[in-house]
Design a protein around this ligand. Structure first.
Ligand code: WT7
Length: 651
């Protein structure tokens, strides 16, 4: 973010107080902050009482071996039972859990809590039949269909950690994740609907398995689109053959509070994705309490919709575990916002009477571009609360969202968190906080965050620095799958005892927090996290590429966009547009469509320091069309002139 945008942000003076009616009946009030501050562990223990436990815990937090936390030590719990069985047993079995909306029009399904529970029990029995045992890892590579939620909860029920791989990721990305966590079974579908057409998934699974060898014993395939699939006899199994035939009776085992629930891979500053490990008890406490508090959820009357794909952490925490543990009724939509028309989301809001709506700034900016008249055609008056996640929301988008979607009355909760944090940590509370457009405001009750300088000193109000968390929280990651050392090095080594989030932040004069984006080699494109190094190694894996440097450049629509600078090998004959297209497609094949560079510049040299480190800062200046900064530490200071002359001659 440029200095200019930053100072514009800091001059933002608008405030939006909570609506009186909401404040009067809010789930959480001001008092929670004081209570949590006086005894953090007692506060989280009380939040834990909202769940059903087998054995109760003997200790709320064991922080005797930092940074390895244990929460609700000695407690036993089953996440699936908390999400389903307990609601059914309490007489809420007929309540709709999911209003599922397929992308093709009129392709919808409502699933009640009782139906979802039966499906999950059947799937758990079928997985057991396939030899899946407690502790085994199961990969899930699926479209946005109810079976995806069923598959996750069936794994949770068995204590078999799932690793959901976003359906937009490539076969290579799937293969590396399957290998890293040694998944025995992959659950997938023939395909899903996207942008008005079936989009295949099974071929990528076949390709991934060809790469990983005989690690994967079975592939369980949901029939969604009916498209042709290749079939490996003995390995591939249709979901409808084994799940539909299985019993809906399943005795759930209670798992240790620290039993692994899932692994979610996310990009780091190196090429190799990190397997973020979340465990059961603390994660469920953190996600369910924050979902109830931040969205002021009233399970009897609210219809909640989080538009995230279940393949990301937002889908895990705020579509599956948090909302279902709270007994919410929610919408789940399979497709894209423009299929078959640009009003699809608002049509769904109108049809189901959505009251709480949670999406990302990049989507909001897209709707701004499409025009106010599109949402205006639909009745959005049911909406009483709006959420934002994934990147800083710029004040223009905030105001547009509030006015055009929230009817100028619904408060906006700008929620800051990460795959690693598992739960929302910094956010307004809708019944308490007067929101400022562009600020995530303050740490939630029970959360300890600060902004510090290079020496780990908290910065005074009005100054910027690095965002850190100073105390453990229940849904925090426990480690990186199979790599405790990398876990320590990545998050805990910069300053003793502090979790470093990788984000820059500023405290304003009131002490409220404004997030300023990543300070490491991680980009945020449309709220998705991408690593510069990962894309660089994808480019270098192409036979014509000798060297590559990637930067995230500011982009009006996607927040940041991938810009690549590439040096070709001497042997590369063809050049020009065809090659650029080929390289862009190559990155999509290696990682996934979201990683495709917006721009690739073929350059003769890259700016390097004397020790050979690429100075991405200078490339970012070029990509953002700025005056190039200080070049005095370059080994060859003429390199930037060469690159700039290339840029000037580019079409
Ligand atoms: C990074 C985490 C949390 C689920 C989606 C992304 C950025 C996230 C906000 C926000 C400013 C935000 C941060 C963070 N981020 N939410 N409300 N305001 N920045 O999860 O892929 O793990 O990315 O997203 O940079 O570190 P993720």
């Amino acid at each position: 973010m440029s200095e200019e945008t930053l100072s514009n942000l800091m001059n933002e003076q608008r405030r939006f107080a909570p609506p009186a009616e909401l404040a009067a009946s809010a789930n959480v009030t001001e008092e929670a902050y004081e209570r949590a501050a006086s005894d953090r562990e007692a506060f989280w223990a009380e939040a834990a009482e909202r769940l059903d436990w087998g054995q109760k815990w003997d200790q709320v937090l064991d922080w005797s071996n930092p940074p390895f936390a244990k929460w609700f030590v000695g407690g036993t719990i089953n996440a699936a039972v908390n999400c389903l069985d307990r609601h059914v047993e309490a007489g809420r079995g007929d309540k709709v859990a999911l209003h599922w909306v397929g992308e093709p029009e009129d392709d919808t399904r409502d699933l009640t809590y009782a139906q979802l529970k039966d499906e999950v029990c059947r799937a758990a029995n079928a997985l057991t039949e396939l030899g899946v045992q407690k502790g085994d890892r199961v990969a899930i590579y699926m479209p946005m269909i109810p079976e995806t939620v069923v598959a996750m909860l069936a794994c949770a029920r068995l204590g078999a950690p799932h690793t959901v791989v976003f359906g937009g990721f490539s076969a290579d990305a799937l293969a590396s994740r399957v290998t890293d966590c040694e998944a025995k079974v992959i659950i997938t579908a023939d395909g899903g609907y996207r942008r008005g057409a079936p989009s295949a998934l099974k071929p990528a699974v076949d390709e991934a398995i060809a790469k990983v060898g005989d690690l994967v014993r079975n592939v369980l395939v949901v029939r969604r689109t009916g498209q042709d699939v290749d079939w490996a006899e003995g390995r591939d199994v249709w979901w409808h053959d084994v799940v539909d035939a299985a019993s809906a009776e399943h005795e759930a085992e209670l798992h240790d509070s620290e039993h692994p629930l899932y692994v979610m891979y996310t990009s780091g500053t190196t090429g190799k994705p990190k397997g973020i490990l979340h465990t059961t008890g603390g994660y469920l406490v953190g996600t369910s309490w924050t979902h109830w508090a931040v969205f002021d959820l009233k399970p009897e009357t609210d219809v909640y919709w989080c538009t995230a794909d279940v393949g990301w952490v937002t889908g895990h925490s705020y579509m599956v575990y948090g909302p279902l543990a709270n007994g919410s009724t929610q919408v789940m939509y399979e497709g894209t916002p423009d299929a078959p028309h640009k009003g699809r989301w608002w049509e769904i809001v109108e049809k189901y009477g959505v009251t709480i709506f949670y999406t990302a700034p990049t989507a909001i900016r897209t709707f701004m571009k499409w025009g106010d008249e599109i949402p205006a055609k639909y009745d959005r008056s049911s909406i009483r609360l709006l959420g934002s996640v994934g990147e800083p929301i710029n004040p223009e988008a905030y105001i547009w969202y509030r006015k055009n979607i929230g009817g100028d009355k619904a408060p906006i909760v700008d929620t800051w968190w990460q795959t690693e944090t598992g739960q929302i940590l910094i956010s307004p509370l809708p019944g308490v906080t007067s929101g400022k457009p562009g600020s995530a405001m303050t740490p939630l009750p029970g959360v300890a965050a600060d902004v510090v300088d290079d020496e780990a000193r908290p910065v005074p109000n009005g100054s910027g620095g690095y965002l850190v968390l100073t105390q453990p929280w229940p849904a925090m990651l426990r480690t990186l799958w199979g790599d405790d050392q990398r876990f320590k090095d990545t998050y805990w080594s910069r300053w003793e005892g502090l979790y470093f989030a990788g984000d820059g932040a500023k405290k304003d004069d009131d002490g409220d927090i404004w997030l300023l984006g990543r300070v490491d080699d991680v980009m945020n494109v449309s709220g998705h996290r991408l690593s510069t190094t990962e894309i660089e190694s994808a480019l270098v894996s192409h036979p014509m590429v000798a060297e590559a440097a990637v930067v995230g450049a500011a982009d009006e629509m996607t927040g940041q966009a991938v810009c690549a600078f590439v040096i070709l090998r001497e042997s590369a004959g063809v050049q020009g547009d065809d090659l650029v297209t080929e390289l862009r497609n190559h990155v999509a094949k290696e990682i996934g469509g979201i990683a495709k560079p917006r721009q690739i510049m073929i350059v003769p040299e890259l700016p390097k320091t004397r020790s050979g480190k690429i100075m991405r800062r200078l490339l970012k200046d070029v990509a953002e069309h700025r005056e190039v900064g200080d070049v005095t530490t370059l080994a060859d200071s003429t390199v930037m002139d060469l690159i700039k002359s290339k840029e000037a001659s580019a079409p």
